[in-house]
Design a protein around this ligand. Structure first.
Ligand code: SDX
Length: 431
């Protein structure tokens, strides 16, 4: 017997019975689709309690601090898998066999190059353009190179799109950095792993040999795993909504990058570093904590809080551990900003304001410190987040279009504007 809920109305209007669906885990959902026929919509600005789709990719339990990719706990993947394997898992739903992994990595390596004409797209930007502006522009421009003949409803076409984006976005990110630096673009070396290749394109130059540090490459790969997907966050929901109209997938991923760039979302890792730079000494922490609590001050403690995690963000604990590994490898344990971060975390976790609101460090709190230790400029932090999240975005886009029942997204609204009124000719208008 399917569980239902009955809506009754205080004015005696006929009650409405709605079905309740239960997923593998998580809160059951009330299927409200029938409400429209009864003359009602639901209202949930910011979608704080709204399920927008059915998905089998990622599960988050904010109260327990759990994160599963296709059922596998994030800590097991972070310490035992790698980003290529996790990308395959997100896309196909199962961990690859050795043969499947080899074939997948081979296909990704085959797509790391950008069309030679794309160099001109980079050169259309000012040298000082923010890397995210460049990534959004260049990724969107891919829709001009891969459009005719692309059938979004053909699963083989979607798989090629997924491989192309997972493979090319690191090249776009690294070239955005080189463009900012005024250095020549470095082509991918397909003998290298995903993270090593990115480091090669970021840090090598034609003038001298460069070999990625394997410990740092491993740490970077782990960070990419942690950022690969996260249910229907703002940027993933943007990709789904854009893709629901059948739009070009490269343009859809560019729209996801645009959403991720916001400081409340993926831009937070860059904002964390700028906040720690502004703090510059542990003695200034109390003033920032005071400002974070002051409702008249728009300042928020960057890297703290989460819409869903009202317990620790499981990724933050892994990122923190990785931060220690990177700083030890680079002999930077006395990094001043790392010390400020540790002290800020200690103070905030003891403060009633943060405890009462369940504001804990999120994934962005430590990632910026690692990126800076790796020599990655603050302006590139969100670009690395976008690189990693590309696997999740394309997996969610693919899942949506694989559903024969999928519909174009079209939210409704609560209208609070003017009632109907007659047009007034300009000569009769008064200020
Ligand atoms: C990511 O959705 C995802 O999954 C995102 C992400 C992913 O992987 O895709 O996990 C990545 O975006 C992580 C979040 C990164 N953003 C930040 O670190 C920016 C700082 N954090 C906040 O802006 C905030 O915590 C949000 C945006 C992350 C969540 O905001 P919510 O859920 O809308 O919470 P809220 O704004 O309703 O806040 C509840 C209360 C409020 O106080 P009261 O009105 O109850 O008194 O907590 C306060 C807020 O003022 N609050 C903070 C705070 N975050 C919330 N106060 C100070 N500092 C903060 N960081």
């Amino acid at each position: 017997m399917k569980k239902t809920v009955t809506l009754t109305f205080s004015d005696g209007s006929p009650s409405i019975e709605l079905p309740i669906e239960q997923g593998t885990y998580g809160k059951p959902v009330i299927d409200i689709r029938a409400l429209g026929a009864h003359g009602y919509f639901t209202h949930d600005p910011g979608f704080t309690a709204t399920s927008s789709c059915t998905s089998a990719i990622t599960y988050i339990d904010g109260d327990e601090g759990l994160l599963y990719y296709r059922g596998y706990p994030i800590d097991e993947l972070a310490y035992q898998s790698d980003y290529m394997e996790v990308s395959y898992l997100l896309l196909h739903g199962e961990l690859p066999t050795a043969e499947q992994k080899t074939a997948f990595e081979q296909s990704i390596r085959h797509h790391t190059l950008l069309h030679d004409q794309m160099e001109n797209v980079f050169r259309g930007f000012r040298r000082s353009a923010h890397p995210m502006a460049v990534m959004i522009g260049v990724t969107g421009a891919m829709s001009a190179f891969y459009h005719s003949g692309l059938d979004n409803f053909n699963p083989q076409h979607r798989e090629v799109v997924a491989h192309r984006l997972i493979a090319k976005v690191p090249t776009v990110a690294a070239w955005a950095y080189k463009f900012n630096e005024g250095q020549p673009f470095v082509y991918p070396q397909n003998r290298l792993s995903y993270a090593e290749n990115f480091m090669h394109m970021m840090f090598s130059s034609p003038c001298e040999p460069y070999e990625p540090n394997p410990v740092l490459a491993r740490a970077l790969d782990r960070i990419f795993i942690l950022h690969a997907d996260h249910e229907q966050n703002a940027s993933t929901s943007t990709v789904r909504l854009a893709g629901s109209s059948g739009a070009n997938p490269y343009a859809c991923i560019a729209s996801g990058m645009a959403s991720l760039w916001g400081p409340l979302h993926g831009g937070a890792n860059e904002a964390v570093l700028r906040m720690l730079e502004e703090m510059d000494h542990v003695s200034k922490i109390p003033e920032f904590i005071r400002r974070a609590k002051d409702k008249s001050d728009p300042f928020r403690l960057m890297g703290f809080g989460h819409r869903i995690y009202k317990n620790v963000d499981p990724r933050a604990a892994i990122i923190r551990q990785t931060c220690y590994e990177v700083l030890d490898e680079l002999d930077l344990r006395d990094d001043p900003q790392f010390k400020i971060a540790l002290e800020l975390e200690r103070i905030a976790l003891e403060d009633e304001y943060f405890i009462a609101r369940k504001l804990y460090p999120n994934v962005d709190f430590y990632s910026g410190i690692i990126f800076r230790a790796l020599g990655i400029p603050t302006s590139m932090f969100t670009a690395l987040f976008a690189m990693a999240r590309t696997a999740g975005w394309v997996a969610q886009w693919h899942e949506m279009l694989s559903d024969p029942a999928h519909k174009i997204g079209r939210p409704r609204q609560l209208y609070t504007g003017s009632a109907r009124r007659e047009f007034v000719p300009i000569e009769q208008r008064k200020a």
